[in-house]
Design a protein around this ligand. Structure first.
Ligand code: ZN
Length: 208
């Protein structure tokens, strides 16, 4: 199993390329920004899907280029569709930190709680985890979770943007903490962590 991490863009967003080494099929999670290194690596694999944990601008600026290069399908929750189409709530204008224009895209495949994403010999299960946005998703694989801006190491994503909700965030943490066993968590910003550590040390754990 190969998970390549690219920390990119003005807000140091984590983009992950998850490659099934048996078949060379892959998915990219949150293609935050066009960098040569990311594009080079994407060209080496058979990219099947572009998975979006949510559609804030700092997670999606390279979606259009990667779609054009690979024809991979864009996968997101239906509540994120308007942001990918350029709605103000994607924070592109609010962040004001990009030197390229935003290119609107349509979601190809809407997913929701319990849906499976299969590529090569791998399967990722979809968890709907609203809180940071109403369409935030976590992608859960064998011992791994791509958590977007829901869980960070020792913290959690902001809940004060459009469609954010603290009570939804608590419910989403409850859902994640209810998974059995331990997982490595790959968040949308900063370093990785484990579900066990977050059950013990995350500031939300006492309320969940
Ligand atoms: Zn975000």
């Amino acid at each position: 199993m190969a998970i390549l991490k690219f920390e990119i863009g003005p807000l140091s967003t984590n983009c992950y390329l998850f490659v099934d080494e048996k078949t060379n099929e892959a998915v990219v999670i949150d293609p935050a920004f066009e960098t040569e290194k990311l594009i080079e690596n994407i060209k080496k694999v058979n990219l099947k899907y572009i998975l979006l944990t949510h559609a804030h601008a700092d997670h999606i600026m390279a979606v259009s280029l990667i779609k054009e290069l690979t024809f991979a399908k864009i996968v997101a929750h239906k509540n994120e569709a308007k942001r990918l189409l350029g709605d103000e709530s994607n924070l592109y204008n609010a962040l004001g930190c990009y030197d390229k224009p935003f290119t609107a895209q349509e979601v190809d495949i809407f997913v929701d709680d319990g849906d499976k994403i299969k590529f090569g010999t791998k399967t990722l299960s979809v968890l709907h985890t609203p809180g940071h946005t109403d369409g935030s998703l976590c992608f859960v694989g064998d011992g791994i979770i791509f958590s977007g801006d829901t869980v960070f190491a020792g913290s959690y994503g902001r809940v004060d943007f459009e469609s954010g909700s603290y009570s939804n965030m608590l419910d989403s943490f409850h859902k994640l903490f209810s998974l059995e066993g331990d997982y490595v968590i790959y968040p949308g910003h900063q370093g990785s962590t484990t579900l066990k550590d977050e059950r013990n040390f995350n500031p939300l754990s006492r309320y969940v």
